[in-house]
Design a protein around this ligand. Structure first.
Ligand code: NAD
Length: 262
């Protein structure tokens, strides 16, 4: 059965049979080598991990200022530690969904780099081999003195009193609001070399990650998959697939993999 959904191309919007309207020419497929995918919390929503902005600016019931800033850590480290321990537990219980799996499949025929704002490891567990974590990864811990010192975590919990080699408390290896994003220059460089760009499940409200779309060259085809398309700025040329990730991503991936000469 073919799925009918809304695809908004340029200035028009129609209900369509998806494959026909997101068709990529054979020539285009053969010319494209590097696919860059920028993902946000929306891609993991159907794995049971809640997004951030879909719930009134709260993250699992918390204001981000209370759990995801250096000030929050200074004020109440135990609360912040507990919050990320609970997030880690949910991540370990979650499974990659059809969208993560489809993106991993793209590697059969393309050089794929996934740049994710997510702190979960679902892209890796789906089989993607080239994943840049802009905001860190919750399955590792980090020194609270030197962010470059990170460690694997045994299980779901970092306990208060567990110290890094410098003697400071271990915390989650995630980038908090107000902290530097060390991978941003690398990510911008990757975006500038994309032959095709796909954005999945991000409100584009968190900077500097949201600015990455501006590094993609203007002549490059750009797709966005999100049931609620965010504001993309004036003059954007995104092909808009207004659907959940588990529906939109597999359809686009199957179109990109079909009839490819490589
Ligand atoms: P966001 O919460 O601000 O926006 C989520 C976006 O996903 C929205 O545009 C929404 O319409 C879309 N969406 C919701 N359900 C979807 C679905 N089923 N398929 C496709 N799209 C869907 O997310 P963000 O832009 O990534 O920013 C949130 C920040 O919070 C990130 O920097 C991230 O580090 C953190 N965060 C991470 C996780 C995670 O790791 N899974 C979860 C929540 C928040």
């Amino acid at each position: 059965m073919r799925t009918a959904f809304f695809v908004e191309c340029g200035f028009y919007k129609k209900s369509v049979d998806t494959p026909r309207y997101i068709r990529v020419s054979r020539q285009e497929k053969n010319d494209m080598k590097k696919i860059v995918v920028l993902t946000g919390a929306g891609i993991s929503a159907e794995s049971g991990l809640k997004t951030f902005r879909d719930s009134d600016g709260l993250w699992e019931g918390y204001n981000v200022e209370d759990v995801a800033t250096p000030e929050a850590w200074r004020r109440n480290p135990a609360l912040v530690q507990d919050f990320y321990n609970e997030r880690r537990k949910s991540v370990l219980e979650a499974e990659p969904n059809a969208a993560h799996l489809a993106l991993a499949q793209l590697e059969e025929k393309y050089e794929v780099t996934i740049i994710t704002q997510n702190i979960d490891d679902l892209h890796e567990r789906a089989g993607s081999t080239n994943v840049v974590h802009l905001h860190g990864i919750i399955t590792r811990s980090q020194s609270s003195k030197n962010p470059a010192l990170t460690y694997p975590i045994n299980g779901w919990e970092i306990k208060m009193g567990e110290l890094c080699e410098l003697g400071s408390q271990l915390r989650a290896h995630v980038v908090w609001f107000g902290e530097d994003v060390p991978m941003i220059a690398t990510a911008a460089e990757i975006c500038s070399k994309a032959d095709l760009f796909i954005l999945v499940g991000s409100s584009l409200a968190v900077y500097p990650a949201a600015g990455l779309v501006n590094y993609v060259r203007p002549n490059v085809s750009k797709y966005i998959i999100d049931p609620k398309i965010p504001h993309l700025g004036s003059g954007d040329h995104f092909i808009k697939i207004m659907k959940k990730a588990t529906v939109g991503v597999p359809i686009l991936v199957s179109e990109l993999l079909s009839a490819h000469d490589l």
